[in-house]
Design a protein around this ligand. Structure first.
Ligand code: 5GP
Ligand code: MG
Ligand code: MG
Length: 180
C-alpha cells in the first residue's frame, strides 16, 4: 500500500478539487479577451493539475508541454536547468499560461520564463498548485496559486518521490523513515 508511507494529508482531494474550480473561474475571467491561449504544462508533475484545471477554463485553448530537469532523483536541487523536451507550438503573439506543480526555490520557473519571453508571446502568466515561499531563492511570483504550503517535502497529485506517488489524488507528506 503506497498510502502506508504517507505521514499526513496536507491538502485533501476535496480541497484540491474545490480550489481548482475557483482558479478555473478566475482564469476564465482574466483571459476572456485572449486571441490565443496556450496552456503549458511542465512535465511530469503538472499533469493531474493541468488535466483538472483545463476542464475548468471555459475558453478556446491549446495545450502544450515542456520537460526541464532541475531536481536530481532525491531531495536535492541541482543548480542547472536543462530543456529535455521543448514546446511543439509557436507561442509568438500568444497568451501563455504556465501550469506548474510547485514553486520551491523558483529557479526552474525563472529559467523557463526567461526562455519563453525570448519567443515574444503576447503575455506570460504563471499558475502553480503549490507555493513553498520559505525556500525561494529568486524573485518569482505566481499569478495564480492553489495553496501556500510550509517547507516540507510533499508528494501526490502529480508530485513524485523517486517517480512514484504521482497518482495519489491528494497532496501528502512522506514519512521520514520510508527508506529504512
Ligand atoms: P524549484 O526550481 O522551484 O526549486 O523546484 C522545481 C521543481 O522541484 C518542482 O517543479 C518539483 O518538480 C520539484 N519539487 C520542489 N519541491 C518539491 C516537493 O516538496 N516535493 C516534490 N515531489 N517535488 C518538489
Ligand atoms: Mg515541476
Ligand atoms: Mg520530481
Amino acid at each position: 500500500m503506497i498510502e502506508s508511507n504517507i505521514k499526513k494529508v496536507l491538502v485533501s482531494e476535496e480541497e484540491i478539487q474545490k480550489r481548482v474550480k475557483e482558479l478555473g473561474k478566475i482564469i476564465t475571467k482574466d483571459f476572456k479577451e485572449t486571441k490565443g491561449l496556450i496552456v503549458v504544462g511542465l512535465l511530469r508533475g503538472s499533469i493531474l493539475f493541468m488535466a483538472d484545471l483545463m476542464r475548468e477554463i471555459k475558453l478556446p485553448l491549446k495545450i502544450d508541454f515542456m520537460t526541464v530537469s532541475s531536481y536530481g532523483n532525491q531531495f536535492e536541487t541541482t543548480r542547472e536547468v536543462k530543456i529535455l523536451k521543448d514546446l511543439d507550438e509557436n507561442v509568438m503573439g500568444k497568451d501563455i499560461l504556465i501550469v506548474e506543480d510547485i514553486i520551491d526555490s523558483g529557479l526552474t520557473l525563472s529559467k523557463i520564463m526567461e526562455i519563453l519571453k525570448n519567443r515574444n508571446p503576447n503575455s506570460i502568466k504563471l499558475c502553480t498548485l503549490l507555493n513553498k515561499s520559505a525556500r525561494r531563492e529568486v524573485n518569482i511570483k505566481a499569478d495564480y496559486i492553489g495553496f501556500d504550503i510550509p517547507d516540507e517535502f510533499v508528494l501526490g497529485y502529480g508530485l513524485d518521490y523517486l517517480q512514484e506517488y504521482r497518482n495519489l489524488p491528494y497532496v501528502g507528506v512522506m514519512k521520514e523513515d520510508v527508506n529504512e
